[in-house]
Design a binder for this molecule. Structure first.
Ligand code: AMP
Length: 124
């Protein structure tokens, strides 16, 4: 079954420059910007520039160059915000996907959360 990409999703509009965003960094294949409703002192979303709905879509259909560019952007955000476990206190990386993952925006994004403890991963 083919993945369906909604051209009118809010992150597509951000990529087209139709909606403002607080950009942290950008490369040829990815854009990182602050979440509008931050859950931690640092809450950044990293999105690929290509039209991918979810992480599994990206893993299956993105080119190696796109995958490298996207993963590098995630590492660069960690460095930029001093979240890397090499020099900082760490972070949580989340990719909500689909209905059970409770994904609101149907364009692949990872959340990078840091600046304070994220607590246990899933509350029972
Ligand atoms: P998710 O549930 O993983 O799809 O998360 C979507 C995230 O996008 C939420 O954390 C929202 O706060 C965030 N969000 C929605 N609209 C915007 C926007 N215009 N700029 C930045 N973040 C946004």
């Amino acid at each position: 079954m083919a993945y369906k990409y909604d051209e009118e999703n809010i992150f597509a509009k951000i990529l087209r420059g139709e909606i403002p965003n607080e950009t942290i960094l950008e490369n040829d294949h990815a854009l990182a910007f602050r979440d509008i409703n931050p859950q931690r002192p640092h809450h950044v979303l990293v999105i690929p520039k290509g039209k991918f709905v979810s992480f599994d879509h990206f893993a299956k259909e993105a080119s190696p160059t796109e995958i490298v560019g996207y993963i590098q952007a995630i590492g660069d955000v960690c460095d930029l915000l001093n979240l890397s476990i090499d020099t900082g206190d760490g972070y949580r990386l989340i990719a909500n996907s689909g209905e059970h993952g409770v994904q609101e925006v149907p364009h692949l994004h990872v959340h990078i959360l840091g600046g304070s403890s994220c607590g246990r991963m899933i509350q029972s």
